[in-house]
Design a protein around this ligand. Structure first.
Ligand SMILES: [Zn+2]
Length: 72
């Protein structure tokens, strides 16, 4: 028996109960890094505005590298 997961498990908004990926939108943050990249994305329901999650776009690198620590 073939399992069809995609038909049974649509993304569903917990707030307005609408179902389907077409209702999930994402926007870039207004805050920008020095290189003019958005810091994060916001995924939200475009029917009621419920926020599903916030995702980092910029990966911060450690300022002090490991080999610098060894030399000190
Ligand atoms: Zn919603």
């Amino acid at each position: 028996m073939k399992k069809d997961v995609t038909l049974k498990a649509k993304p569903k908004c917990p707030q307005c109960s609408i179902e389907g990926v077409e209702y999930i939108s994402s926007i870039d943050s207004a805050e920008k890094s020095n290189s003019d990249e958005p810091w994060f994305n916001i995924a939200y329901c475009n029917q009621c505005g419920h926020i599903y999650g916030v995702f980092n776009k910029i990966q911060l690198q450690p300022i002090v590298q490991y080999h610098n620590l060894k030399e000190q």
